[in-house]
Design a protein around this ligand. Structure first.
Ligand SMILES: NC(=O)c1ccc[n+]([C@@H]2O[C@H](COP(=O)([O-])OP(=O)(O)OC[C@H]3O[C@@H](n4cnc5c(N)ncnc54)[C@H](OP(=O)(O)O)[C@@H]3O)[C@@H](O)[C@H]2O)c1
Length: 252
């Protein structure tokens, strides 16, 4: 899709899937707002990549807080006056037995994996034009329960439901809302999940996938592009899981 002149905001785009989406959208011509919580160097690296193809800026803001989400939306409004694509990507994937999860972890998981999408969607809806898109990065763990991912997976399930509810509510503003639910993707988070399973990447790919290969962040970025470019798709979750959900072994 030709995204020249469009404004895209990708939360948590200092590395991993967020960075890949930010650069991909820049390649299609969008102006891209990069966001990090604290690692400004990571954000600057993503921004440098973005600027090879298009314009952009970087905003340091913790989107797990209302004030951080508002800051990100305010800075976007100040620079570009609007937002056409919001990707709620920031997330925190930690494997931990449910009974060992303390309040600090619980609050951090809820605010990063769920409240961030609520805060950002509310703040950005104020500056989103007709025909805009919100994309949520959910997870296969939000569809199929996996041992030790009770908090993470149930919050991603909430994101998938939120996607359906917001598709209904935001239709008045002609904003479409969709989600992507990947299984393990090759990023820092993906690698730490494979480590948690005491496996190598190859062992994971041969035991837990039908395709024998792990997912790359570029495949998520291409799916964002597909959803943004599909005017009749809303309220849907696209699963990208290398066939993992058909295998049925969800031990971590
Ligand atoms: N990788 C996987 O296997 C996988 C699978 C399914 C779904 N997902 C989902 O995909 C998304 C991206 O995952 P990833 O693998 O790319 O993760 P990652 O490598 O850990 O990168 C996460 C990025 O999000 C940023 N971030 C975290 N909390 C933030 C906050 N409160 N405000 C702003 N930025 C924040 C981090 O910035 P700082 O370093 O500054 O904190 C970092 O740049 C997440 O929603 C994740 O749940 C990942």
């Amino acid at each position: 899709m030709d995204m020249k002149g469009k404004v895209a905001v990708v939360t948590g785009s200092g590395r991993g899937i967020g960075r890949e989406i930010a650069v991909y959208l820049a390649k299609q011509g969008a102006n891209v707002v990069v966001n990090v919580k604290k690692r400004v160097e990571d954000g600057n690296e993503t921004l440098a990549e973005v600027k090879k193809y298009s314009a952009g800026m970087m905003v340091q803001a913790d989107v797990s807080t209302r004030s951080g989400a508002k800051l990100l939306a305010d800075e976007t409004q100040k620079r570009y006056g609007r937002c056409d694509i919001l990707v709620n990507n920031a997330g925190l994937g930690i494997g931990m037995p449910f009974l060992d999860s303390d309040d600090r972890l619980i609050n951090k998981m809820v605010s990063t994996n769920y409240l961030s999408a609520i805060y950002c969607t509310q703040e950005f809806a104020k500056i989103m034009s007709e025909g805009s898109s919100v994309i949520m990065i959910a997870s296969l763990a939000g569809i199929r329960p996996m041992v030790s991912l009770s908090l993470y997976g149930s919050l991603k399930a909430a994101i998938i439901k939120l996607t359906e509810y917001l598709a209904l509510e935001l239709k008045q503003k002609r904003i479409r809302v969709n989600a992507i639910a990947p299984s393990i993707v090759k990023t820092k988070m993906g690698e730490s999940l494979i480590d948690y399973m005491h496996m190598t990447e190859d062992e994971y790919a041969s035991k837990h996938t039908l395709t024998g290969r792990i997912i790359y962040p570029s495949e998520i970025a291409e799916t964002v592009d597909f959803l943004v470019s599909s005017p009749n798709i809303t309220g849907q979750t696209i699963i990208i899981d290398s066939g993992q959900s058909l295998i049925g072994d969800f031990q971590m």
